[in-house]
Design a protein around this ligand. Structure first.
Ligand SMILES: [Zn+2]
Length: 177
């Protein structure tokens, strides 16, 4: 209720804007958020895109879908479902396959090489890490930092995420501010 009251008293929600090295492919209404969250996402998504080698002439695409519960009700949350035209669930499957492959490699050096190649090329994992490293997300009293996605249990910040909550975020990344 407090969040909704704050939101109702402030400016109307805005779509997350496209940047220079990235663009938003989803309809604007899929990611209507507070100006504060739009600005934070604009900053972090641009940094992710540039770090990953994208540019104005070769931007990376994101796809949002609307959420309904919790922070979504007041525009303080956003859900990213795809990056580079590929769903987060598929990026995570690819990640799991690569790490399983690495775990079977007999040499430590080969394990490191396979993992390193995947860390470089897996845009889903890279997006999650960029949101984790560069984003300033909400941490409501008594709740964990509001960044959840397919990698939360292994990469943090909330490594003790429950099975149901992890399943609920198997195909997207949720951030709130
Ligand atoms: Zn969400």
């Amino acid at each position: 209720m407090l969040y909704e009251a704050l939101f109702n008293s402030s400016a109307p929600p805005v779509p997350v804007p496209s940047g220079r090295a990235y663009r938003i492919d989803s309809p604007p209404e899929n990611g209507l958020v507070t100006r504060e969250l739009a600005g934070e996402l604009r900053r972090v998504l641009e940094r992710f895109a540039v770090d990953a080698g994208f540019s104005e002439s070769n931007p990376v695409a994101f796809f949002f879908k609307p959420g309904v519960v919790g922070h979504h009700k007041c525009g303080r949350a956003a859900d990213i479902y795809a990056v580079g035209g590929i769903g987060l669930d598929r990026w995570k499957e690819r990640w799991d396959r690569a790490l399983a492959h690495a775990s079977r490699a007999p040499e430590a050096e080969e394990k490191r090489r396979i993992t390193h190649v995947e860390q470089k090329n897996n845009l889903g994992w890279r997006l999650y890490k960029a949101l984790q490293l560069y984003g300033r997300w909400a941490r409501p009293d008594g709740y964990p930092l509001q960044l959840f996605g397919p990698w939360t249990r292994t990469e943090g910040p909330w490594t003790c995420i429950s099975d149901p909550l992890l399943r609920a975020h198997r195909d997207h990344v949720h951030v709130a501010k």
